[in-house]
Design a protein around this ligand. Structure first.
Ligand code: NAP
Length: 475
């Protein structure tokens, strides 16, 4: 172990646990060892479920859950620099983006504390039918049970927060499996939660082979809900196998944007240049396909391309860096191959398409064939396509021509265009005069079609993680 590398333990039943085997965590930028974590398997995952089950036998009242969530938010606020540097080191996320993620996690916990305090059932109007006369009825909003949480590498802190904070707000214990490439942020968060007074067993973190841990979460009847954020193939396969559980899926996208000729082109170009390449495009809502009304196409590119060229590519730990590495060299080579496929099909590379050192430069592609991977699949790299359109109907059809449906955007000064697009775009969310990469943590966030089947954001996740118990009183 290098002296700067961090060694963390798994959290199971309030104990920091070793297993005898280790997973090395390496910098996606230069391959240096940034830390290691114990490698768990089915045995440790079952122990974690035992601990979660034991914890839930002694429910925590809402005020205690809320107070813990508030203390976690405060501690995350105080430890922002450490948290951001952990995200940066293990994910290769540029420090400025890592700082945004760290501060957003504070909001996620803050909003979850609000939800814990207002979690309540409702009364049922029993005398509205003859059968109900003489009865009172109400619902209790109860925790669904143990939550199995599986998170991706690209927001290693805040997407963990979006699972564990609402689960605690709802009164559910969690067994979390973070992405193998980025377990350190999750374990740092677990430390912060323990220090904030979370009793043993409410949060358990196991790292290790995904299929082995996933199988236990799928097969063990004590897990009542699996909340998964990651790629659509893995997510939908989990749901098929866990037919008797709730399975909440937050999956990918091939994010489209419409820029109408009446839009503020300077503003659109600036927002899209920032949001197509941030974290090298490794966000599920990274801007990927930009459709510009033909009259504005040249004017948009005149503004957009210099902004793209001016993005700083380099070491994510450098405060000035905008675009760092992809998570692995294999991912970088895949994205290069997709660019090459489009080029071979007649596309024109307007910017990037080449390496700067080992890093892929921000890449803008025109005339990408409609059936190329850049047009159809989720790129998850620093690449966007640009294309002109003639009518709004055509632009909407182009946006919708994908199996994904997470978020889309439209830039226009016309409210008629904005609302026509908002109604017709088949996505979970539509942004107007903002890049569709925008997310504030209290929003209902999630997709349709292959992009998922749920909404995250503490209020919405708490709803999923609880269920109604009806109580009828004869009076
Ligand atoms: P991924 O490969 O699907 O991995 C996500 C998580 O699933 C990881 O913890 C992974 O573990 C685990 N996993 C893999 N195979 C599994 C299996 N058979 N059973 C159970 N768990 C399994 O996705 P990723 O590359 O980390 O993340 C990128 C994807 O996430 C993109 O598609 C992106 O769009 C999507 N995403 C969606 C949202 C959203 O909110 N909609 C947000 C962020 C990212 P290992 O790491 O150990 O393999």
């Amino acid at each position: 172990m290098a002296t700067t590398a961090v060694e963390r333990r798994l959290l199971i039943g309030g104990e920091w646990v070793e297993t005898g085997a280790w997973i090395d965590v390496r910098s996606p930028y230069d391959g240096t060892l940034v830390g290691r974590v114990p490698k768990a398997g089915a045995v440790e995952t079952r122990r974690a479920l035992d601990a979660a089950e034991a914890a839930m036998r002694e429910p925590l009242p809402a005020h205690r859950r809320a107070a813990i969530l508030d203390r976690v938010a405060a501690a995350l606020g105080e430890r922002q620099d450490e948290v951001a540097r952990t995200i940066c080191a293990e994910a290769g996320k540029p420090l400025k983006a890592a700082r945004v993620e760290a501060s957003r996690a504070v909001s996620t916990f803050t909003m979850a504390a609000v939800e814990a305090r207002k979690l309540a059932g409702e009364t049922v109007p029993m005398d509205a039918t003859p059968a109900g006369e003489g009865k009172l009825a109400l619902t209790l909003r109860l925790p669904i049970g143990i939550v199995g949480a599986i998170s991706p590498f690209n927001f290693p802190l805040n997407l963990v927060a979006h699972k564990v904070a609402p689960a605690l707000a709802a009164g559910c214990a969690v067994v979390l499996k973070p992405a193998s490439q980025t377990p350190l942020s999750a374990l740092l968060l677990a430390e912060i939660e323990s220090e904030a007074g979370l009793p043993a067993g409410w949060l358990n973190v196991v790292c290790g082979p995904a299929a082995e841990i996933g199988d236990v979460l799928v097969e063990d009847a004590r897990v009542k809900l699996i909340t998964f954020t990651g790629s659509s193939g893995v997510g939908w396969a989990l749901r098929e196998r866990a037919a008797r559980k709730r399975v909440s899926l937050e999956l990918g996208n091939a994010t489209p944007v419409i820029v109408a000729a009446d839009a503020d082109l300077d503003d659109a170009a600036a927002r899209l240049a920032a949001n197509a390449f941030s974290f090298a495009g490794q966000s599920c809502i990274s801007v990927q396909r930009i459709y510009v009304e033909r009259d504005a196409y040249d004017g948009f590119l005149e503004r957009f391309l210099p902004l793209v060229e001016s993005l700083v590519v380099g070491d994510p730990a450098d405060e000035a860096t905008d675009v760092g590495p992809l998570i692995t060299r294999g991912e970088r080579d895949r994205v290069l191959a997709w660019i090459e496929e489009a080029r071979a099909g007649g596309a024109e590379i307007l910017a990037g398409g080449t390496l700067e050192g080992d890093l892929l430069r921000p890449t803008v592609v025109a005339r990408a064939p409609a059936d190329s991977k850049l047009s159809c699949e989720e790129v998850f790299g620093p690449v966007c396509t640009v294309a002109p359109y003639d009518t709004l109907e055509e632009a909407i059809a182009l946006c919708n021509a994908t199996r994904f449906g997470l978020q889309a955007g439209v830039f226009t000064t016309s409210t008629a265009t904005a609302f026509a697009a908002a109604r017709a775009l088949e996505f979970g969310g539509v942004t107007v005069n903002e890049a569709p990469t925008f997310r504030a943590d209290q929003m209902p966030y999630g997709g349709v079609k292959d992009s998922g089947n749920t909404r995250e954001g503490p209020a919405y996740a708490v709803r999923e993680m609880t269920e109604d118990r009806l109580v009828v009183l004869h009076v």
